[in-house]
Ligand binder design. Structure first.
Ligand SMILES: NC(=O)c1ccc[n+]([C@@H]2O[C@H](COP(=O)([O-])OP(=O)(O)OC[C@H]3O[C@@H](n4cnc5c(N)ncnc54)[C@H](O)[C@@H]3O)[C@@H](O)[C@H]2O)c1
Ligand SMILES: O=C(O)C(=O)C[C@@H](O)[C@H](O)[C@H](O)COP(=O)(O)O
Ligand SMILES: [Zn+2]
Length: 367
């Protein structure tokens, strides 16, 4: 079993990665089970495929589950979703010292984490991520949020989980498109800070997406370790270090907003397109070669992810996308810092980017 610590003053926790770990959840999570009944918030599909296993694991230690089911899809990360969940947690009598379990992808993790951040001013939660994206990214680091009409993740809090249990075997039931979407956040770690990992993925990426157990555990552990390092350095995204994890997201979130946060574009797909755009924009500014930008695009295409905005059939102009970016949380005194590349594995925060230049770059890309 891989054990990856996330070291934060007073809030350190462990991320455990192992095939079959779900069946051992009550044992490895024993310290976090203080009552007979365990409240579990679960995505409909995650519960259908893996709920019984979690229930059986809890039963071995004398615990029983009580379930709150969250409808699959980004729309559940909403005020209404939050209200229904917090009402349920209150009805269950959840106390500050309790741990709420979150079983599912990033939608369930972000929603449950935020509900637990504000319930009685904060109770505990344990993440059991069941999508590749959630296993490599959203379950770790404590960013929790819901969306609003104005944009993505605009209402939220930093609230760290007490434990993260990753069982890569849960990915056996995940649709292929969701595997590819999660792979976008995997390759992100290579592009932003780890050329060696990027090159390893060039060789092994197809195995990761095909769920080869060894390749999967290596990709998940490397990704989580990278995220843990960055989060330990800059938990609340104040120094600029954590902002690098937003590589591709300024473009991606704008595309998600323009496609209505719908199945037309999954978060990971938006991030994939956004990373291609960030690489091309870096090349346009002479920061990286055109060849390196093409290498980023071909690494993304090779996994079956979209790499051209035209694939979305969008009928809008660059300034419309740039308008969505005005809601980006990195916005600072009228300037939007962008994560650009000085090389593959060498992302940095550029504070000299003009949004109208980005808009005209996007107009070229939309043709
Ligand atoms: N907090 C963070 O740091 C962070 C990081 C990255 C992304 N996110 C957020 O995460 C969300 C995306 O997460 P996601 O990609 O996991 O999407 P998701 O939670 O919507 O799950 C994707 C789909 O997979 C299904 N599913 C989940 N587990 C399954 C399983 N084991 N078998 C079969 N189906 C399963 C779900 O029902 C859903 O249809 C976005 O809202 C994004 O903003 C947050
Ligand atoms: O953990 C982080 O920090 C990230 O930026 C990870 C991203 O993959 C994730 O999508 C995050 O939710 C985006 O953050 P936001 O602050 O732009 O909402
Ligand atoms: Zn993301």
């Amino acid at each position: 079993m891989a054990v990856i610590p996330v070291q934060l003053a007073g809030r350190s926790y462990e991320v455990l990665v192992d095939h079959g770990l779900l069946d051992d959840a009550a044992n490895v999570g024993a310290a976090f089970l203080r009552k007979e009944t365990v409240p579990i918030v679960a995505d409909t599909n995650a519960k259908a495929h893996h709920g019984k296993r979690l229930e059986a694991a809890l039963a071995t230690a004398g615990h029983k589950a009580t379930w709150f089911e969250v409808a699959s899809g980004e729309a559940s990360k909403s005020w209404q979703g939050l209200q229904e969940l917090t009402d349920w947690l209150l009805a269950q009598g959840v106390e500050r010292g309790d741990q709420v379990f979150a079983l599912g992808g990033g939608v369930v993790g972000d929603l449950t984490g935020f509900a637990c951040a504000i319930l009685k001013r904060g109770c505990g939660f344990v993440q059991i991520p069941t999508t590749l994206l959630a296993q490599v990214d959203s379950s770790v680091g404590g960013k929790t949020a819901i969306n609003t009409n104005a944009g993505k993740n605009l209402i939220g809090a930093f609230h760290q989980p007490a434990l993260v249990l990753i069982d890569p075997a849960t990915l056996d039931t995940l649709p292929d498109r969701e595997m590819r979407a999660g792979y976008a956040e995997v390759i992100k770690y290579g592009i932003l800070a780890d050329r060696e990992f990027f090159d390893w993925l060039a060789e092994n990426g197809k195995k990761v997406v095909a769920r080869d157990p060894g390749a999967l555990v290596h990709a998940i552990s490397t990704s989580v370790a990278a995220k843990a390092r960055i989060v330990a350095e800059d938990e609340r995204e104040t120094s600029g270090a954590r902002a690098l994890l937003n590589l591709g997201h300024t473009f991606g979130h704008a595309l998600e907003a323009e496609t209505g946060f719908s199945d037309r574009l999954l978060h990971g797909e938006g991030v994939a397109l956004g990373m291609v755009l960030a690489a091309r924009y870096s090349a346009r500014r002479g920061l990286i070669s055109v060849e390196d930008a093409a290498l980023v695009a071909s690494a993304i295409e090779a996994s079956g992810l979209p790499s051209e905005i035209s694939q979305l059939g969008l009928y809008c102009d660059g300034s419309k996308l740039a308008d969505h970016m005005l809601h980006d949380k990195k916005m600072d005194a009228g300037t939007l810092p962008f994560i650009l590349l000085r090389g593959i594995g060498a992302a940095y925060l550029a504070k000299d980017v003009a949004l109208d230049d980005v808009a005209s770059f996007l107009d070229e890309q939309l043709q």
